[in-house]
Design a protein around this ligand. Structure first.
Ligand SMILES: [Zn+2]
Ligand SMILES: [Zn+2]
Length: 490
């Protein structure tokens, strides 16, 4: 660190590390598929800083989200429970009041609530402003009234013939970017970074927990102009962005997609823009880790890098998030940097987001406070050298646009429609088929559906999937009953 003598640095570190418990920062990088990070084998150098953290920390090569949609997935990260167990299965305006009430009735304890009870300062910046914001001392999100004001202004302008078209055209093509950025509800990650640095400065002497949710990697891929050019590949994809929009059936989604990227753009350019956004997030989160180093608290801070779900970039003719359960949509990065207490290395076991909360509680010395009804298991046993399998299968769902579930082992993976409702509401087709079975050993890209020919394997996988689904459903109901009883006793 430039400009600070060794003694001063040591003093600062000593003062900051007075508290025994480690600080914890979870970076959720929205829609970040694992295989586009260089440390997960991507051919382009998208993530030099995250690669460094991964090299000094632990990297889970086979980590999966439990849902291909943001809100249920974030709830899982903060609760250690599968969506079916915590009860939030949908996203956005599809989440019903009953669902939210049902979630409350499970008595689910969130990570930040437990940490707060144990003297942590808790900070959340994820813009969603939903049920999971409770337990934060400071929370930064978009309020419902922000969105309502924005929607009504847009509605009025659009309602006036011609003016609506002129305003939309001007917004997209004529106004300087710095002005349009102000008009949009801005989700630029540099705001999160700036605030996080300020909070670190103010709270460096106490244990703190931060949830930092970056949206730059979500379509429309926010990054400084031109950064994507570094990631343009020579070969073209052959498809234009507009070709994919023809499949989009939902008007609001279609309008949103039409407004964010040029329809004439080759898909290779769109993918380069996604990579550029990853590179941008990589740069701005480095400012936070540099701040931790400058304050001498880096050694006492656990850093987690993950994504709420992945991103489909033309695979299976599917674009972006919230539909499909193929690998690009559910295979997420999971990196834990805490060299003081965690052995370095790469681990190939099947892990899920449910495992994160028990892992962090163990690292913070708070396993005794871990809720008994979590679905996940602490990953520290793996990093300590225990080679016993944590699980044989991961389970994930997509219920926002289509009702589908998947069970994925090391070899076979089944994707099936739930209750015959597999048709994608966004695209009005069934992606793939009602039942799909893939042999990932010979077909890692899931191109050859063997459901018709491998009947025995299909039946076994289907039975396992149904058993696991019922297990989560039963567990949710048990939590509700137990919570109701404890309420009566209290
Ligand atoms: Zn998301
Ligand atoms: Zn779809």
């Amino acid at each position: 660190m430039a400009g600070m003598g060794d003694n001063a640095k040591a003093e600062k570190a000593k003062a900051a590390n007075k508290h025994a418990r480690p600080n914890i920062i979870i970076f959720i990088i929205d829609a970040l598929r694992a295989d586009h990070l260089s440390c997960y084998g991507y051919g382009l150098k998208t993530s030099p800083h995250i690669d460094e953290l991964a090299k000094k920390g632990i990297i889970f090569e086979n980590a999966f989200s439990c849902m291909n949609a943001t809100e249920p997935s974030v709830t899982t990260i903060l609760s250690g429970k599968h969506p079916r167990t915590h009860g939030i299965l949908h996203h956005g305006n599809q989440v019903t009041e009953e669902e939210i009430e049902g979630f409350t009735k499970t008595g689910t304890k969130l990570l930040q609530e437990i940490l707060k009870e144990n003297s942590y300062m808790t900070f959340g910046m994820d813009w969603l402003s939903r049920w999971h914001k409770r337990g934060f001392d400071y929370y930064h999100g978009i309020t419902t009234s922000d969105l309502e004001v924005k929607r009504s202004i847009v509605g009025i302008i659009k309602g006036i013939p011609l003016l609506g078209q002129i305003a939309t055209f001007a917004f997209r093509h004529m106004l300087p970017k710095r002005l349009t950025d102000k008009v949009r509800v801005s989700l630029d990650g540099k705001q999160i970074t700036r605030k996080a640095i300020e909070l670190i400065e103010q709270n460096k002497g106490a244990p703190f927990f931060m949830l930092l949710h970056y949206w730059d990697t979500h379509v429309s891929f926010n990054a400084p102009n031109g950064i994507y050019k570094k990631f343009l590949k020579d070969e073209h994809n052959g498809k234009k962005y507009g070709d994919f929009l023809k499949n989009v059936n939902r008007e609001t989604v279609k309008e949103f997609y039409e407004g964010i990227l040029d329809q004439r753009e080759d898909m290779a350019t769109v993918i380069a823009k996604y990579d550029g956004a990853i590179n941008y997030v990589d740069r701005i989160i480095r400012q936070i880790t540099s701040k931790l180093e400058a304050e001498g608290i880096s050694d006492n801070t656990i850093i987690v890098i993950t994504a709420d779900h992945g991103e489909s970039l033309v695979e299976h003719e599917i674009l972006f998030d919230d539909h499909a359960l193929y690998e690009p949509s559910i295979h997420v990065p999971l990196i834990i940097y805490y060299p003081k207490a965690v052995r370095q290395g790469r681990f190939s076991q099947l892990v899920q987001h449910t495992d994160l909360m028990p892992t962090l509680l163990e690292l913070a010395g708070l396993s005794a406070c871990a809720p008994k009804d979590m679905d996940g298991k602490s990953l520290i046993q793996i990093t300590n050298g225990n080679t016993e399998k944590l699980r044989d299968y991961i389970y994930a769902e997509e219920t926002y646009n289509e009702e589908k579930a998947t069970l994925r082992g090391e070899r076979y993976k089944i994707i099936k429609s739930v209750s015959g409702k597999g048709t994608c509401r966004r695209c009005r087709i069934i992606h793939g088929a009602d039942k799909e079975l893939y042999d990932l050993e010979t077909d890692p890209k899931e191109l050859n559906n063997i459901a018709e020919t491998e009947k025995k394997a299909l039946q076994e996988m289907e039975e396992r999937l149904e058993t696991l689904k019922s297990h989560f459903n039963t567990k949710r109901e048990k939590s509700r009953i137990a919570n109701a009883i404890s309420g009566i006793k209290a």
